[in-house]
Design a binder for this molecule. Structure first.
Ligand SMILES: [Zn+2]
Length: 190
């Protein structure tokens, strides 16, 4: 058995090894655009020198430099927040790792009001659902127009049923594999 925190680290290292140059560049750049300071908890797992570099906010000339690996690794691990243990097992297996049973309680996740997947790390805080791309502005009434989404929940839910995203613009942006990462909607029958 392996604890999910270790499994996430292992999976992130495998992902890092096969990451495309562009995605790597984007993940490195993220750290230098956000204006972090030393006290930010996201920086806690970084080596001190890298932490200082991030806080200075000066983007390094070569994002492919291996000294920047910890930045990419932390962002990859962050993306695994709230995924199911089953997903971790499957993703490790797909990458040829020897798979043990992943244990440990997944982080608390909240259901997306549109697609129902447990895909949000917080509720009503304008987080965008990776499964259907609904932005959780706090609207729960089916027929109230949601400002950020520019449509009602009722319409968005219908869109998810029809083409798998909350609106047509988002169809190309949703990651089809996101559904495998999170707990599926609870069935009403149960
Ligand atoms: Zn959703």
């Amino acid at each position: 058995m392996v604890h999910r925190e270790q499994a996430k680290q292992q999976l992130a290292r495998l992902q890092l090894a096969s990451l495309g140059e562009q995605e790597r560049s984007e993940r490195v750049a993220f750290w230098f655009f956000c204006g972090f300071n030393e006290a930010d908890p996201q920086l806690a797992d970084l080596p001190a020198a890298l932490r200082q570099q991030v806080c200075r906010g000066v983007e390094p000339p070569d994002p492919q430099a291996s000294s920047l690996d910890p930045l990419v690794l932390v962002s990859l691990v962050e993306d695994l927040y709230g995924v199911t243990n089953r997903y971790l097992e499957q993703a490790l297996e797909q990458r040829g790792a020897e798979v043990e049973e992943v244990t440990g309680e997944p982080e608390t996740m909240y259901p997306c009001p549109c697609c129902g997947y447990l895909s949000l790390s917080s509720s009503c805080s304008y987080e965008i659902c990776p499964v259907c791309f609904w932005e959780d502005c706090g609207v729960r009434d089916l027929n109230t127009l949601s400002g950020p989404n520019q449509l009602t929940l009722a319409a968005a839910r219908q869109n998810v049923l029809e083409f798998g995203a909350c609106d047509l613009v988002s169809v190309e942006r949703v990651d089809r594999r996101a559904r495998e990462r999170y707990l599926a909607p609870q069935s009403d029958a149960g």
